[in-house]
Design a protein around this ligand. Structure first.
Ligand code: 5GP
Length: 206
């Protein structure tokens, strides 16, 4: 039976714990593909080109954007990030579910350009907790941390565009909610358009 892939788009202010939750979901469901974005940001320690991101120059990014290569792209915290369009279309047609870790501007564009998907917004438990997490993770300098904290209220203000809201104040519970959303969403008829016919003609196999 042919299945259509599901786009699971997850957005959150930086420091909410989005990457941890995404990592857990990918570990439990290795068949979910991950949309590898293009970015002009410099790689962080341990990040690999073509695995975490495709790291490109601003010139390269601009020419890809002008060619219509991206399903969405946005400037986030001073760098450009974009989602390659054709790669996504191919995966969805193959029936592959895809996870997206993108910002709120990208999510709005993706919904408009692709007209499908499940959009989840993750909230930090509080602004104070967000600040503490960004300071504790030791991946960014003070200026970057400040910028990410300043951007959070604007991101939260756009949360009403999303289908599901999850507050990450307890990682295990937030994960259970995210997993439930993913599993329930995949049972929508739009992802299995041929199912009734397939059931009607299915040979007895057990
Ligand atoms: P980071 O630099 O911490 O990896 O990501 C910074 C922000 O950029 C995160 O909110 C992340 O979700 C967002 N981001 C990553 N890839 C994309 C993308 O392809 N498009 C958009 N619009 N945002 C992205």
């Amino acid at each position: 039976m042919n299945r259509r892939g599901l786009m699971l788009v997850i957005c959150a202010p930086s420091g909410t714990g989005k990457s941890t939750l995404i990592k857990r979901l990918r570990e439990e469901f290795p068949r979910i593909s991950f949309s590898i974005s293009y970015t002009t940001r410099a790689p962080r320690a341990g990040e690999r080109n073509g695995v975490d991101y495709h790291f490109v120059s601003m010139e390269n990014f601009r020419s890809l954007a002008a060619e219509g290569f991206f399903a969405e792209w946005a400037e986030v915290h001073g760098n450009c990030y974009g989602t390659p369009k054709q790669a996504i279309i191919d995966l969805l047609e193959e029936g592959q579910d895809i996870l997206f870790d993108i910002d709120v501007q990208g999510a709005a564009q993706l919904r408009e350009n692709m007209e499908e998907g499940c959009y989840v917004f993750l909230f930090p438990p509080s602004m104070a907790a967000l600040r503490q997490r960004l300071e504790n993770r030791n991946t960014d300098d003070d200026k970057t941390i400040r910028r990410r904290i300043e951007n959070a209220p604007g991101e939260i203000a756009q949360s009403d565009q999303f289908d599901y809201w999850i507050v990450n104040d307890d990682l295990d519970y937030a994960y259970r909610l995210l997993k439930s959303v993913y599993l329930a969403e995949g049972t929508r008829p739009c992802y299995m358009p041929g199912l009734p016919k397939w059931i009607m003609h299915r040979k007895i196999d057990a």
